[in-house]
Design a protein. Structure first.
Length: 127
């Protein structure tokens, strides 16, 4: 694995640490570790900027799906300052994954996320 591909993997690992943080304090720290202060997150359901707003989106998703965790599916692919990856939202009880998506992230020179563009590939009916 090259240093460049390590950079993408580290950024995505931090991203999932934020999404899977167990409480507000851990989530705030994980978001601050993963994103630049002016970082943004955009998907079909949200378009927010800054650590507090990003943490609020993550909190809302975790409240909507208690007992679920975000998991990487496949490999992280990247070039220049951009990485892409796919994920699933997996039940910690039965392993079902009702939600799946793909994200594209832009990184700063230190490997922190500047922007996330998220796409929902699978969502439950009525969600």
């Amino acid at each position: 694995m090259s240093a460049q591909s390590d950079r993408y993997t580290i950024a995505v690992t931090r991203y999932f640490e934020a999404w899977n943080a167990p409480d507000a304090q851990a989530r705030a720290k994980a978001v601050a570790d993963a994103w630049t202060p002016d970082g943004s997150y955009t998907d079909p359901l949200a378009d927010v900027g800054g650590h507090e707003e990003i943490a609020a989106v993550i909190t809302a998703a975790r409240e909507q799906f208690p007992g679920f965790a975000f998991r990487l599916t496949g490999a992280v692919d990247g070039h220049h300052d951009t990485a892409r990856f796919s994920w699933e939202l997996v039940s910690e009880v039965d392993g079902s994954a009702p939600v799946a998506g793909s994200d594209v992230v832009a990184l700063d020179g230190d490997g922190r996320i500047r922007t996330v563009l998220g796409f929902l590939d699978r969502v439950p009916a009525g969600a």
